[in-house]
Design a protein around this ligand. Sequence first.
Ligand SMILES: [Zn+2]
Ligand SMILES: [Zn+2]
Length: 398
Amino acid sequence: MEAEALDRAKTKVAEAVDRLADDLEKISHQIHDNPELCFKEEKAAGWLSEFLERHGARVERGVGGLPTAFRATIEGSGPGPTIAIMAEYDALPNIGHACGHNVIATAGTGAGTAIAAALGKVPFAGRIQVIGTPAEEGGAGKVRLMEAGVFKDVDAAMMIHGRCGTQVWRPSLGIIKVKCEFFGKASHASSWPWRGVNALNAMIQLFVSLDLMRQQTKPDARVHGIITKGGDQANIIPEHTSADFYLRAPTKDYCKELLRRFEGCAQGAATATGCTGKVTADATIHDPLKANFTMAELFGKNLERIDFPVDPDDGEAGYGSTDCGNVSQAIPTIHPYIRISPDGIPGHSREFAEWAKSPLARTGMIAGAKALALTALDLLAKPGELKKAKEEFAKALG
Ligand SMILES: [Zn+2]
Ligand SMILES: [Zn+2]
């Protein structure tokens, strides 16, 4: 009986995604054409939450004290577990939607909207929520929402991310974000250079030291940064310089080891140039993703059901990071990748931004919406699967 009810619900919801596809693509393109940076995603949050509300979901705006966060709930047949589908919608500075969050946004919103539109109420005990999570790129919005209790009653969470291939499971790296400053002494760069202390030299020395350090770090570790202040004018010996770095690794412990070595490099650069150095590590550490193969398998089977192919990982790319990692360390979570570009197109590139509004992005968004919705239904209709996902979560390390 339950299996038949689930099958019927899945068919209806998948058909609803197809009916909503043009509207969803329109919102996806609107978000793409109006890139909004972290915590400033007013338009995107407005369009997405309005769409959910119009189709029958109960929407709360500004949840967790973040004005551009929202939560849309579709109730089930009675008390039971809560399954969350996450939607990201922030863009990157200058290069816009080069991470394709317009597709994440409309896939997640599409999943919830299709459930609300097709079923009204979820025909199983519990509820499904779409949580609009701002500021993935740089703001760790999901960590803020978790701290504010938005995920407190969530039993399992999921989202999709666009990529140059479809992989149900792919690891991500942890991050410690670090700011490094050097303080020297200003002086005329031509008539009295020997009276100055050059804070830019210290910064250049730090970058050189980090490049040497790289030879002795593990292959998956990443250390990269930009100079945010290199001085004020060429005729003044720079008295203050500043740079932002990400220290990334597959484990939190190795991120901390990178921080220890980074501090040594900064101290060395300060000593070599006579400057004072200051290293400030961000209090929020991004966790690596914790796998949940129980949920990933359900998601994979739903992709099969809708005839969407999964690709082998060609191994050409390294790993990124996500604030979804922190969610995955707190509750069973999946973060599958869905193809929205041809092979070999790097994320955070102008080419990927173009693909994020292509017909391939539409196909990926539709498949993502369906597979998310169907997997959420699976977890409510089959309590045994949710239990298994929770047991796997409890047993698994990191
Ligand atoms: Zn990104
Ligand atoms: Zn992203």
